[in-house]
Design a protein around this ligand. Structure first.
Ligand code: COI
Length: 356
């Protein structure tokens, strides 16, 4: 499949759902645009790439993704830029991560043409759905799942790749109360922690629900052996400002998602002259820094929430509390990132892929 030849069949909706929907302040993940991209994989090739009206489809009860979980996804955002255009934020990074997830789950690679040109074509068609309000975006959800009708446990031979789009209002999470999880685990070395596979999210829900019963919003995951080393916060990468350094868990153990927002924040911090350390961080180090008054900011990063402030880290026997209103760095990062994404400052990093 070459870029030149990328020409999906297009079946347009007769009447756009936009006629009855206002794009301001829509909740995340609930409303979908008029069209979706679909491609099917069989006999070693992606075929039948098409853009269709957004609609449901039949699923065979033995479809293997439902049973054995070969299912991966990505989350990306497109923004209305200040010149009235539309740009997607760093989708090539998501493509790389998608294919790393695919390799780990023994699923086929998705070519750049299908992933990147596919989303560009789809967004061009549904361009009226990109909200034109501050901090609003069009959330792009590419995903792939196994479609063999077979209950034998082996990699599926057929797959479906799809892209759906949802306009969203500002995803501004209230500062969160986080329970430091030392029973349930999210990821182990050699496991699938770095892959954006559906099961990682399914497996996280029980711990989050238990934490909510205790009055928390989410959990801080720790390592599975000693419950001493910090991994991620809920579905986000985590950053700590300790004194005049910023630390975040390193990616080497394969237990941490390679966040595109994480990578962008690290780049901004370095440009702003901060020392950023990507390395193992223990709870002991956090306790010591907190007791010495040096643990100044804690925040999560992810595509959906951008930068999310943490106001408490709770343990069974103590808690660390923070005042997010004083988080100068996290607030500056949130603003710096949104200025780039929405085209208010020059895109000096080449992070924007223009659609229009
Ligand atoms: C993200 O923010 O990147 C996420 O993965 C959250 C999404 C699952 C809603």
């Amino acid at each position: 499949m070459s870029t030149e030849g990328f020409a999906p069949k297009i079946e347009r909706v007769e009447v756009s759902a936009l006629q009855t929907l206002k794009l301001e302040n829509l909740p995340f993940g609930k409303y979908f645009t008029d069209h979706m991209l679909v491609a099917d994989y069989s006999a070693g090739e992606w075929r039948d790439v098409r853009i269709e009206p957004y609609r449901s489809f039949d699923i065979h009860p033995s479809m293997s993704a439902l049973h054995y979980g070969q299912a991966i996804f990505e989350g990306i955002k497109a923004f209305r830029t200040s010149d009235g255009g539309v740009a997607i934020f760093r989708p090539s990074e998501n493509l790389k991560r998608f294919n790393r997830s695919a390799a780990r789950m023994e699923m086929p690679e998705v070519p750049a043409e299908l992933f990147l040109d596919g989303m560009r074509e789809l967004i061009r068609l549904d361009q009226a759905w990109v909200p034109d309000f501050p901090e609003h975006s069009l959330y792009i959800r590419p995903f792939m799942f196994a479609t063999d009708h077979y209950l034998g446990v082996r990699p599926s031979e057929t797959y479906r790749f799809m892209i759906i789009l949802c306009p969203s209002g500002p995803f501004f999470m209230e500062p969160q109360r986080i329970f430091v999880e030392r029973h349930y685990v999210r990821a182990v070395e050699g496991g699938v922690g770095y892959a954006k596979t559906a099961g990682n999210y399914g497996a996280s829900m029980h711990a989050a629900a238990e934490a909510r019963k205790l009055g928390y919003d989410q959990v801080l995951w720790t390592d599975p052996v000693e419950h001493r080393w910090v991994q991620e916060i809920g579905m986000m990468n985590v950053f700590f400002r300790i004194g005049d350094k910023v630390v975040t868990p390193g990616l080497d153990a394969g237990t941490i998602l390679h966040g595109v927002t994480r990578d962008s924040l690290i780049a901004l911090l370095k440009e702003w002259g901060w020392t950023v350390e990507e390395r193992a961080i223990s709870l002991d180090e956090l306790h010591e820094a907190y007791d010495a008054g040096q643990l100044k900011e804690v925040f999560g990063s992810g595509t959906a929430a951008s930068v999310s402030m943490i106001r408490e880290l709770g343990f069974e026997d103590r808690s660390m509390v923070f005042d997010p209103a004083s988080f100068e760095l996290a607030n500056a990062l949130r603003k710096g990132l949104s200025d780039i994404r929405e085209g208010r400052v020059a895109d000096t990093h080449g992070w924007l892929m223009r659609v229009l």
